[in-house]
Write a protein that binds this ligand. Structure first.
Ligand code: NIG
Ligand code: FE
Length: 421
C-alpha cells in the first residue's frame, strides 16, 4: 500500500535526519556522524502537517502516491535538515537598544546601564507603549527573518511587560503566531521600573508574580513554560522559589536563566525543581553541572549573548563530558543578543565552545526540541511534524565552516512550504 503525500522534497544531495541518538558524554563518539542519520540523494514526503516517508529518493518515490495538485521540489545542491529549533528567545520586543550597545563598546557595563534606567527597563517602557498590531507585526517579521536561516520553531519569552495585563497581552500576541511559537512566561525578569527604589516594591512585585500574575497566566492558559532570571542582577533562588514551586504544583514547567553573570546556585535549583532547561551557564560549578546531568536538565547555551557582552563562552565540552545535554539558542533580544541566525550559534558552538559538528546539529534540532517538550520536532522521521529546512550547504560538515550563517532556500513549517530564494 502506498502512502499519500501532497509535498515531496527530493534529490537532496544529503538529508540530515538527526533521527539517531547522541551518546551521552562519550567524547570520542560525538564526532561520528552516525546519529545524524545521513541519506545521500534523499527525499522527504509530507502529507499535510506530518512526514510520511524519509529515505533515498528512489525508495520514497516508490513508497508514496502523490495526490492531485501535490508539490514536488527538486532540492539539488542543497541539504535537507529538520526545521531548526530556537529554544531561548526574547523575540517579542519593541524598539532597539543600539545606543546602549554603543556605550558598552566604549566600556560601560551591562549592570551599570541597567542601574541608570536602561537595560530591561528600557525595553519594558517600549513594549508597554507599543500597540498590539505593531508588536505582532514586529514578532512576525523576526520569525520570518529566523526562517530564512532555517528556524521553524521559536521559544518566545515575555518579560518586557512585568505587569499582569501587559504580560497576558504579550502571551496572547506570541500565541497568535501559531504553533511556530512556544510561549514562556517570564514575569521574574526584573523588578518593573515603577516598583523600584524606596519601600518594599521588590517584595510586592515578587508576591504579585507568585500570586495574582501567575493565577492570571494559568487561567488564560497561554504559557507552555515559566522562566526566571536566577542571577546576581536578577533574583536569588530564595526569591524565585515561591513562584516556581507554585507553578510546578499547578503543572507549569520551568526553564531558567542561570549564571549569566554570577553563580548564585541556579543550576542546583533548576535540577531540584526538575526544570526543562537551565540557560546561559557562563558561571556554573562542576557540582551544578553534575546536578543538571543527574536530573536530566538540558543546558541551553547562548553564545550570541556572551559574544555581544564580551564574556568568555560557556564551556560546552565540559558540560557534555559531565553528561549534560546541550542545546544552542540565539537569545534573540534587544539588549544582549540582537540575533536571528541560529546556525551561527552552532558555528560558535564548534569553533569556540568545544562541540563537535554532530553535537552542534543536535543542539539546534532534536535536543532543542526535546527541552521544549516537543518530541515530534527536530528530527526528520515518519510521524514527525513536517518542519524541514532546505539549507544552502554542501553537506553536514559545512555547518560551522561557512562564515556567517547558511541561508535557507526554503522552509516547510507544519507542512507549509515557503521559498526564500
Ligand atoms: O538572556 N539576562 C537576562 N535576559 C536577557 C537580556 C535581556 C535584556 O537585556 O533585554 C538575556 O541575556
Ligand atoms: Fe535570555
Amino acid at each position: 500500500m502506498k502512502v499519500a503525500a501532497n509535498l515531496l522534497l527530493r534529490h537532496a544531495r544529503e538529508v540530515i535526519t538527526c533521527a539517531g541518538r547522541l551518546p551521552a558524554g562519550a567524547a570520542k563518539a560525538d564526532f561520528h556522524p552516525g546519529p545524524l542519520g545521513l541519506i545521500a540523494d534523499g527525499a522527504v514526503a509530507i502529507a499535510d502537517d506530518r512526514i510520511v516517508a524519509v529515505g533515498r529518493t528512489a525508495d520514497v518515490e516508490r513508497a508514496v502516491s502523490l495526490t492531485a495538485g501535490a508539490s514536488v521540489v527538486d532540492v539539488g545542491d542543497a541539504v535537507l535538515a529538520p526545521g531548526l529549533v530556537d529554544a531561548h528567545t526574547h523575540a517579542l520586543f519593541a524598539g532597539d537598544r543600539a545606543a546602549e550597545f554603543s556605550l558598552r563598546v566604549q566600556g560601560a557595563g551591562y549592570a551599570e546601564i541597567a542601574a541608570k534606567g536602561g537595560g530591561i527597563a528600557a525595553s519594558v517602557k517600549a513594549l508597554r507603549a507599543a500597540g498590539d498590531e505593531a508588536l505582532r507585526a514586529a514578532l512576525a517579521k523576526r520569525l520570518d527573518a529566523m526562517a530564512r536561516f532555517g528556524t521553524t520553531t521559536v521559544e518566545v519569552k515575555t518579560g518586557y511587560a512585568l505587569e499582569t495585563g501587559h504580560e497576558l497581552r504579550s502571551l496572547k500576541i506570541a500565541r497568535s503566531l501559531g504553533e511556530r511559537v512556544v510561549p514562556t512566561f517570564l514575569g521574574l525578569h526584573a523588578v518593573p521600573p515603577e516598583m523600584r527604589g524606596a519601600g518594599d516594591g521588590r517584595a510586592r512585585y515578587l508576591s504579585t508574580v507568585a500570586g495574582k500574575m501567575l493565577d492570571a497566566v494559568l487561567r488564560e492558559g497561554d504559557a507552555r513554560f515559566i522562566d526566571a532570571y536566577v542571577d546576581g542582577p536578577g533574583f536569588s533562588v530564595a526569591e524565585c522559589a515561591p513562584t516556581l514551586e507554585r507553578a510546578k504544583s499547578l503543572g507549569l514547567r520551568a526553564r531558567l536563566h542561570v549564571g549569566q553573570f554570577e553563580d548564585v546556585g541556579g543550576a542546583e535549583f533548576a535540577a531540584a525543581l526538575g526544570a526543562a532547561s537551565a540557560d546561559h551557564l557562563e558561571h556554573v560549578s562542576d557540582e551544578g553541572l553534575r546536578a543538571l546531568a543527574a536530573a536530566g536538565v538540558t543546558a541551553v547555551l547562548l553564545p550570541g549573548a556572551a559574544f555581544s557582552l564580551g564574556q568568555p563562552m560557556p564551556d560546552a565540552r565540559r558540560m557534555r563530558a559531565l553528561g549534560v545535554a546541550v542545546a544552542l539558542a540565539t537569545d534573540c533580544n534587544p539588549g544582549t543578543s540582537h540575533c536571528d541566525a541560529l546556525p551561527w550559534m552552532a558555528a560558535f558552538g564548534v569553533r569556540q565552545m568545544g562541540l563537535s559538528t554532530v553535537e552542534a546539529w543536535f543542539a539546534i534540532t532534536a535536543t532543542a526540541a526535546g527541552c521544549l517538550d516537543l518530541p515530534d520536532r527536530g528530527r526528520l522521521a515518519v510521524g514527525a511534524r513536517a518542519d524541514v529546512a532546505v539549507l544552502d550547504l554542501p553537506g553536514w560538515e559545512a555547518l560551522p565552516y561557512v562564515l556567517g550563517s547558511p541561508r535557507a532556500l526554503a522552509t516547510v513549517t507544519g507542512g507549509v512550504l515557503r521559498e526564500w530564494g
